[in-house]
Design a protein around this ligand. Structure first.
Ligand code: SF4
Length: 376
């Protein structure tokens, strides 16, 4: 990484010659395609490429690392092997199969997309970008990815990985989320895919290159198929490419969780159908913007309990807030509500922190067991 002067930055940002490397789109495309054919990772959704495997993998890969997606993808495909099977599934079953991937809104959108495909496209994933973008949760990038990878359509794709590679090859400055840079990147990606011999291989190659060889912080230029064409490398200007600025203000909320056991069973309730972890299950929980003590918490519970005591607390970060889980234990004589046996817990969609809380509640105490949970 080198430090650049302001004058250098201005020159790179405004100089039309900065895109010169991309003026040879055929060379760039050929280098990426050859590299991907040789070095692309073996991933389950690449073994059999269909519209459905592309759809599911694209939804899963949004905001989740490949290593976490691989086992979940295989499990999900076993459970819902076709668009029709997914469309016909109960939402709770879909959310349960999504557990571990986070960002559950994607699971709901994928489910809605499957229903739309059955209703409007006869159960076949549409092949064109124009049709694909009409599906819930499918934007221009996802549509381009499915259309090119599954159906060989000559259409471009740009995500932050692709934008970063293009910026560096062109020697341009800018944040990869800047609208002007995004528009420029789509234009360049279009020129590349038009010059490619295999649009699918080019697009997957660009994504893979950005994810593995040319990440934001430590590009491995010695391994890069574009090293000889890359202006940033030639100029010794391989610095970090800024992502879109993210808001720094985080809200802090307190989830006062009350674990109520009855033998091998735990009392559960369902969350509201909107908002964080919508429609998922949890131990009875009171949400508040400040920490409640036991006397303040008890009257806010929907059930009568005895022996309410605080056990521990830990923090969980979501995209916009810090959730402080304050875990309690209690007893109840009531038999009302939903009681889930240990063996049936996997059937209930649970957030990751809630799954951990319940797993801990069912684990026999050990002298070595930590008193406080890790933050996640
Ligand atoms: S040569 Fe280096 S900076 Fe340029 S595209 Fe390749 S890895 Fe990225």
């Amino acid at each position: 990484m080198t430090t650049r002067s302001p004058s250098t930055r201005r020159r790179n940002g405004n100089d039309p010659a900065a895109t010169a490397a991309l003026e040879r789109p055929r060379e760039v495309a050929a280098a990426v395609e050859a590299w991907f054919a040789r070095a692309g990772r073996t991933l389950p959704w690449r073994e059999v490429r269909t519209g459905y495997t592309a759809l599911v993998s694209e939804f899963m890969l949004q905001q989740t690392q490949v290593s976490r997606v691989v086992p979940k993808f295989e499990e999900f495909m076993r459970r819902f092997p076709t668009v029709a099977a997914l469309a016909a599934a109960d939402e709770q079953a879909v959310l349960a199969a999504w557990q571990g991937l986070g960002y559950y809104r994607r699971a709901r959108l994928l489910h809605a997309a499957a229903k739309a495909i059955v209703e409007r496209f006869g159960g076949r994933v549409p092949e064109t970008v124009d049709d694909l973008v009409t599906l819930p949760g499918v934007g221009r990038y996802t549509a381009g990815s499915i259309a090119s990878i599954a159906f060989g359509q000559r259409v471009p794709i740009v995500d932050t990985n692709v934008a970063r590679v293009l910026l560096r090859v062109a020697g341009r400055e800018g944040a990869s989320g800047d609208p002007a840079i995004v528009a420029w990147a789509w234009d360049e990606a279009t020129r590349l895919v038009e010059a490619a011999s295999d649009p699918a291989r080019l697009n997957e190659g660009l994504m893979e290159l950005g994810a593995t060889v040319c990440p934001a912080s430590t590009p491995a230029c010695l391994l890069c198929p574009l090293a000889a064409l890359c202006r940033a490398r030639a100029n010794g200007e391989v610095g970090p490419v800024r992502a879109k600025p993210t808001p720094t203000r985080r809200t802090r909320v307190y989830h006062h969780v009350v674990v109520v056991r009855r033998g091998d069973e735990l009392l559960l309730e369902r969350r509201a159908s909107t908002g964080l972890w919508a429609s998922m299950w949890q131990a009875p929980t009171v949400e508040h913007d400040s920490l409640l003590d036991v006397d303040e918490l008890a009257p806010r519970l929907a059930l009568r309990v005895t022996g309410l005591s605080r056990v521990r607390e830990f923090e969980h970060q979501t995209s916009h807030r810090t959730v402080v889980f304050v875990v309690h234990e209690a007893r109840t004589r009531s038999r009302d509500g939903t009681w889930a046996a240990r063996a049936a817990l996997a059937e209930y969609p649970l957030s990751n922190p809630m799954r951990r809380i319940l797993a801990d509640a069912l684990t026999p105490p050990s002298p070595n067991r930590p008193v406080r949970a890790r933050s996640s």
